[in-house]
Design a protein around this ligand. Structure first.
Ligand SMILES: Cc1ncc(COP(=O)(O)O)c(C=O)c1O
Length: 462
């Protein structure tokens, strides 16, 4: 099994990025509950034939869709070790929890947070942002909100994020009982960053109308175009207006590891909480989201519950409080920290930072190729590693044409960008996260887009 998966990763370029699952494979894969045992080798054979060839493809250098990390081998092996230990990191006194605490300490250091700051591995930034919103809610309403609920008081809390913020912020407002409408969607400037004047005006307007502003969310690396909000300015607004300052740094926060990019995150060190993912730019295998909270006591007060069956001791296996389950909703928790610890230690943060810078260089190369191809048009400034562009066509046909090109690219197996909308127009979106991606992959993308675009125009004309 190890040989097969090493071969897979080593020879990933020889495969299509993605291929559709044939009906025959889907059909033979659907089986009844396996009451009888099967030979491990037979089950592994099924994996090799029916699962592995039809995976998402994000280990492939031509994968540029959505926001997907490429994974890495030390992280993969660490996951095998973690599964062998079968550690449960909800709580108790054992070394796997010390590994998670070690990473909490490193993340504190990276963002210049105080020793009292707490952190927790979670599935991904959707969950990390949700935890950030919940702690902000506790800060605004006190811990009584946990018993009485958000409907018990007279205060109508409102939060702020830009129109470019990820939808999981609205989802967090929904899940926390505050409601999606309580998230004010603030306009963006011409670089897709939150418009600070519009933000200030909305806060004033809300106060005048009897609402209670409690939270401002800045984004470090927006999902559509990679824009970074002015975090220093947001920190100042939050201080002045007494708002919780949360940063959604799902992928962008780890640009802190790249010396050329880190200055653009200035202000993040003033956040009250930061959401980030090790499974994106840091290439840790899925999943490895993380939340960091400046006020650890408040973080704990938002989740901890004294229950008899989780009694803490000062000696023995039940020692070591506070436990990770005191800082989030999960009680049973896997050993995400180990694959992250291996990845950071084996590669070192300097090499990871250099790789992050390199993906941004590739994005600038793609930008240049677009600017010098008359048939292509750049749709958003290239802030980091995400490039939004389209094949030129008249406005009536452009969206369908470009959406069709992306589907054709996926089915070609050459490359896999995704799509989004920029200023109302459908964009081909290349998000370069994979550490295996090289210039030749960018060239292959541009050539394939041009080829598919010309073919689509020709068939429309015919
Ligand atoms: C800016 C931003 N925030 C939040 C998320 C959600 O993260 P996850 O998919 O890890 O839940 C993403 C995902 O791409 C993102 O780009």
């Amino acid at each position: 099994m190890l040989d097969d998966i090493f071969d897979y990763v080593e020879r990933i370029r020889e495969r299509p990025v993605w291929q559709p699952i044939p009906d025959t494979v889907r059909a033979r894969f659907r089986q009844d509950v396996p009451t009888e045992p099967s030979d491990l080798a037979v089950v592994h054979g099924e994996f090799m034939n029916d699962i592995l060839p039809f995976a998402t493809g994000n280990t492939h250098p031509g994968f540029m869709g959505w926001v997907h990390g490429g994974g890495n081998l030390p992280g993969m092996l660490a996951d095998m070790l973690a599964a062998g230990l079968n550690a449960n990191l909800g709580g108790r006194d054992h070394m796997p929890i010390e590994v998670e605490r070690q990473i909490v300490h490193w993340v504190r250091r990276l963002f210049d947070f105080p020793r009292a700051a707490t952190g927790l591995f979670v599935t991904g930034s959707s969950m990390a942002n949700f935890i950030g919103v919940l702690v902000a809610r506790t800060a605004a309403l006190g811990i009584d909100v946990r018993r009485k609920g958000v409907g018990s008081g007279s205060e109508r809390l409102v939060a702020y994020a830009s129109a470019a913020a990820h939808d999981c912020i609205a989802q967090a407002m929904d899940l926390s009982g505050l409601g999606i409408d309580a998230l004010r969607v603030v306009a963006t400037d011409d670089r897709h960053r939150i418009d600070l004047d519009a933000l200030q005006a909305e806060i004033l307007n809300d106060r005048a109308s009897g609402f209670t502003p409690f939270l401002v969310v800045g984004t470090a690396g927006t999902v559509d175009s990679g824009a970074i909000d002015d975090l220093t300015a947001l920190a100042a607004v939050a201080e002045r207006e007494k708002l919780w300052f949360h940063v959604d740094g799902a992928f962008g926060a780890l640009a802190i590891l790249a010396p050329d990019l880190a200055p653009r995150l200035a202000g993040i060190e003033r956040a009250d909480s930061i959401a980030l993912d090790f499974h994106k730019w840091a290439q840790v295998p899925y999943d490895a989201g993380f939340i960091l909270v400046r006020d650890g006591a408040l973080h704990q007060a938002t989740f901890a519950s004294p229950v008899a069956y989780l009694r803490r001791e000062t000696r023995g296996l039940a020692a070591g409080s506070a436990w990770p389950c005191d800082f989030g909703p999960d009680l049973s928790r896997g050993f995400r920290a180990l694959k992250t610890w291996f990845t950071l230690k084996v590669h070192g943060t300097a090499a990871i930072g250099a790789m992050i810078s390199h993906t941004c260089e590739l994005a600038r190369y793609l930008e240049r190729r677009i600017m010098t191809s008359p048939e292509l048009e750049l749709l958003a400034p290239v802030a980091l590693n995400i490039v939004c562009f389209r094949c030129r066509a008249d406005d009536a046909n452009s969206d369908a044409l470009n959406a069709g090109i992306v589907v054709d690219l996926h089915e070609s197996g050459i490359c896999a960008p995704s799509t989004t909308r920029i200023d109302g127009r459908l964009a081909i979106r290349a998000a370069i996260f994979n550490h295996r991606t090289e210039r030749r992959d960018i060239d292959a993308l541009v050539d394939a887009v041009l080829r598919c675009g010309r073919a689509a125009v020709a068939s429309a004309a015919a």
